[in-house]
Design a protein around this ligand. Structure first.
Ligand SMILES: [Zn+2]
Ligand SMILES: [Zn+2]
Length: 212
C-alpha cells in the first residue's frame, strides 16, 4: 500500500476518502478524483462510475454487518477529531472553538455551532494503519463502516462498480464526471461541495462525503 497525505481539507470537501482509496489500491494519488467535490448527494455516483471505469469492485460494509475479513485493507468511514462550521467553513479542533455562556462550543469566526467532520482512514485488522490527514490523529470513534475495493478478477466482468448502482445512476455519474473533466480517473479541482440536508437513497452508506 501507499502512504499518501490528502491535499484538500474541509467539511464535506476534503480528499481523505480519495487519498485512502489510492493508498489501499496502490494507485498514484492523482489517479483518484476527490469524490467529495461532487457534493453530498452526488459523490457516491461519481465513486460508482469511477469504480466501473477502473474495473474495480467496491462495496460498503456497515459496522452492524460485522468486521472486514482479517488482513483486508479497507477505507474506514467515520468521524475524525475535527469540527467544522457549516456557515463560514471554518474547521479545527475542539480546543480551537470558543465556548458560549453555557459552555457549548461555537465557531471562533462566526459563532455558529460547529459539527464533527466525517473522515476516512486506511484500516486493517481493527485499527487505522494510515491516516491521510497530516495530523495522524485517525478517527475519533469506531468507524460506521468500511469501503472495500478489489480489482476485477477478470479485467472487466460487466458488473464492476458498486453493487446496486442503477443504469440511471450510472448515466448521471457519467454526465457528472464529464462535467468535471474526469474520464474515470484524472484528478479534479475542488468545486466547492456544499453540505445540505438530505441523503442518499441507499440508507446503509454514509450520505455525506468524508471531510478532512
Ligand atoms: Zn463559522
Ligand atoms: Zn468486474
Amino acid at each position: 500500500m501507499k502512504h499518501y497525505i490528502q491535499t484538500v481539507f474541509g467539511r464535506g470537501r476534503g480528499s481523505c476518502t480519495a487519498t485512502a482509496i489510492a493508498c489501499v489500491l496502490d494507485l498514484e494519488q492523482d489517479d483518484v478524483p476527490n469524490f467529495a467535490a461532487f457534493g453530498r448527494l452526488r459523490w457516491i455516483d461519481a465513486l460508482a462510475m469511477w469504480c466501473e471505469a477502473q474495473k474495480i469492485h467496491g462495496r460498503y460494509l456497515h459496522a452492524s454487518d460485522g468486521d472486514p475479513a482479517p488482513g483486508t485493507l479497507t477505507v474506514a468511514s467515520g468521524f475524525g477529531p475535527r469540527y467544522g462550521c457549516i456557515e463560514c467553513r471554518w474547521f479545527g479542533l475542539p480546543n480551537e472553538t470558543v465556548l458560549d455562556e453555557k459552555g457549548c462550543p461555537r465557531c471562533p469566526r462566526c459563532n455558529t455551532v460547529p459539527a464533527p467532520i466525517r473522515h476516512s482512514t486506511v484500516w486493517q485488522d481493527g485499527k487505522t494503519v494510515h491516516d491521510p490527514h497530516p495530523s495522524g490523529q485517525g478517527l475519533a470513534y469506531p468507524p460506521d463502516g468500511w469501503w472495500i475495493f478489489e480489482r476485477c478478477p477478470q479485467d472487466g466482468c460487466g458488473q464492476c462498480g458498486l453493487p446496486g448502482a442503477t443504469r440511471e445512476r450510472r448515466l448521471r455519474a457519467e454526465a457528472l464526471l464529464e462535467e468535471h473533466g474526469v474520464a474515470g480517473g484524472a484528478n479534479i479541482e475542488n468545486h466547492g461541495a456544499t453540505v445540505v440536508p438530505g441523503g442518499d437513497a441507499s440508507a446503509a452508506r454514509p450520505s455525506e462525503p468524508a471531510g478532512a
